[in-house]
Ligand binder design. Structure first.
Ligand code: MN
Length: 582
């Protein structure tokens, strides 16, 4: 199909009748995750492809095999009957009427064949069988690794540079000196741009959950970090577990023994909740959904922007539908694992989307806004450095592509479908996207290129950066637990047993492992591989070839960087899917 902007299409009547027909299949719903926009009902062609189902099925079976091995051992140990004879039960049911994929997936995620509270940290490693144990278990407890997780971990978007700690987090020189022995001072670190803050105040007000029959906790902690003056590595300095300072809310430092491990756990839990609810589900999966709907409804199938975007939307409505109906449903896995009640977690997700204004979240701007854009000040920031390479490459590809069809800003403004697309994206009865500052009559080629870059980048690179750590960094639970199982400490006398009591019981850890191994390893499609015949217009070949060239070069750069730094593998190009489909 040849690509035309509407004003140049020789057959406008077919174009308009096709578009009108498509609209009936994509209806907005604003109540599923109120007030966000989702699709009312999935058209059948939005169902996953066979190839996707095979990939997911294979992974689900591998996770199940892991459970089966644990189940086998558990039954051998308790020579009476095991509480849950998973494997037999599964095989019986699979031969029955319920052997469809959804069942396998749910079974893989949910099967609890590991029991009881943890006795030692080793218990968390021992549950990995056919699922490989990720290397993070070796050194997750080190302070250096804790800091690294905030710049190269699952949620590398919270850290910001500060001149001094905020008023309600009264870290003193005395605290600083305990954390960083030597001549460095808090004042000098602030003055030299080496002081960083993690502030999880967005989590304040989350209601602690007691589902399923166990009390969980999540806090809104503060953590101060410093770039070590001579070693040039980021190190944690101090943690306050709740926002308001006071005698029951002490400031912990690395010399506080088990209390410090617990304080770090409070931060990890906050980071994990922010990651899943806000950064991952909210700001990739749900952020993209209205663009899928509006593109289908307002841009004809031969509109050049439609042709460009649709490969980056494959599987998104379907996986979001599964998230809504299962993962974040009442009594679903998120309800079980995260610290807050499922209502407050869903509310956090909604806020995450609404407080993410489109025009202000262009990737380079997000680093500037947090004061972390300067590599001279913050040399090691793997997510920033790798993601920016893709941002540039996608921007050049999108600009080169769009210039084939829009020769001037006037061409953009004369595109009636594009105007309707923008209008619908922000409309109260449409996409409800926040912060799109331009509309049809004020749009420019440059703005359109920025917008398309943000959409494609979010659907591919950003989602990969926050989705795939779910296996490598989150399936081994002590590195990123999703709830505290004891209250935050109010004094500094905790023991190692108190630390273990803070961590998830093994059946919850098993669920988090299964979920991480499933969601964090399924890679379907590859960034830049649009497939034969996607672009019939021969002029597209040249900008596309340059894009693919750039992706290959980025891969080489990342490989070289990974030899010089702690490897950051999530943005290796071959592992970045085209779209959010898991
Ligand atoms: Mn995902």
């Amino acid at each position: 199909m040849s690509a035309f902007i509407p004003q140049l299409d020789p057959d406008r009547s077919t174009r308009e009748s096709d578009l009108a027909a498509t609209r009936g299949h994509y209806v907005y719903n604003h109540t599923y995750l109120s007030p966000l926009a989702m699709v009312e009902c999935l058209p059948f062609w939005e169902q996953p492809s066979w190839q996707w189902m095979v990939t997911v099925g294979e992974t689900a079976l591998r996770v199940l095999a892991n459970h089966a091995e644990n189940d086998h051992d558990l039954r051998r140990r308790n020579d009476t009957h095991a509480k849950h004879s998973l494997f037999t039960e599964f095989v019986e049911r699979a031969s029955g009427e319920v052997h469809h994929l959804t069942h396998i997936i749910k079974e893989a995620i949910r099967s609890n064949v590991v029991e009881g509270p943890p006795h030692t940290l080793e218990s968390y490693a021992a549950m990995f069988r056919s699922i490989g144990l990720p290397p993070i278990h070796h050194d997750f407890h080190q302070d250096r690794v804790f800091a690294e997780m905030r710049v190269g971990g699952p949620n590398p978007v919270v850290l910001r540079r500060v001149d001094r700690p905020v008023d309600h987090f009264p870290v003193t020189q005395e605290h600083f000196a305990r954390a960083i022995p030597g001549p460095d001072t808090l004042e000098a670190a602030g003055r030299e741009g080496r002081l960083y803050l993690l502030d999880y105040r967005m989590l304040e007000g989350i209601e602690n959950s007691d589902y399923p029959d166990i009390q969980k906790y999540v806090y809104a902690p503060l953590c101060l970090l410093v770039l070590h003056r001579s070693r040039k590595v980021l190190m944690p300095v101090a943690i306050q577990c709740r926002q308001a300072p006071g005698p029951d809310n002490p400031i912990f430092t690395p010399d506080d023994g088990p209390s410090w491990q617990i304080a770090k756990t409070v931060v990890k839990v906050a980071d994990g909740n922010h990651h899943e609810a806000v950064t991952h589900l909210g700001r990739t999966h749900l952020f993209v959904e209205p663009f899928v709907i509006a593109t289908r409804r307002q841009l004809a199938a031969n509109h050049p922007l439609h042709i460009l975007l649709v490969p980056h939307f494959e599987g998104t409505l379907s996986i979001n539908n599964m998230a809504k109906g299962y993962l974040v449903d009442n009594r679903g896995p998120v309800d079980e694992l995260l610290g807050g009640t499922i209502e407050s977690t869903r509310h956090l997700t909604v806020r995450g989307v609404q407080e993410y204004p489109f025009d202000r979240v262009m990737l380079p701007d997000t680093f500037r806004a947090r004061g972390v854009d300067d590599p001279d000040l913050l040399p090691n920031y793997p997510y920033r450095d790798d993601a920016l390479l893709f941002w540039g490459a996608i921007h050049r590809w999108v600009s080169g592509y769009l210039e084939l069809y829009y020769h001037s800003d006037a061409d953009v403004r004369a595109d009636t479908e594009l105007a309707a697309w923008f209008d619908e994206l922000v409309a109260a009865d449409g996409g409800r996207v926040v912060g799109i500052g331009r509309s049809g009559p004020t749009c420019t080629r440059e703005y359109l290129a920025d917008a398309a870059t943000l959409i494609i980048f979010t659907a591919s690179v950003q989602h990969a950066a926050v989705n795939f750590p779910q296996y490598d960094l989150m399936s081994y639970v002590p590195n990123m637990p999703l709830a505290c199982y004891a209250p935050a400490p109010t004094s500094k006398h905790a023991t190692h047993a108190d630390y273990l009591a803070m961590l998830p019981p093994l059946n919850h850890a098993n669920l988090q492992m299964g979920l991480g191994a499933l969601l964090g390893t399924i890679r379907y499609t590859t960034l830049g591989e649009y497939g034969e015949g996607r672009f019939e217009d021969p002029r597209v070949a040249e900008p596309l070839r340059r894009f693919l060239d750039e992706i290959r070069q980025i891969g080489e750069t990342i490989e070289a960087r990974n030899r010089q730094r702690r490897p950051y593998e999530f943005l290796v190009p071959s592992g970045i899917p085209q779209s959010i489909n898991i």
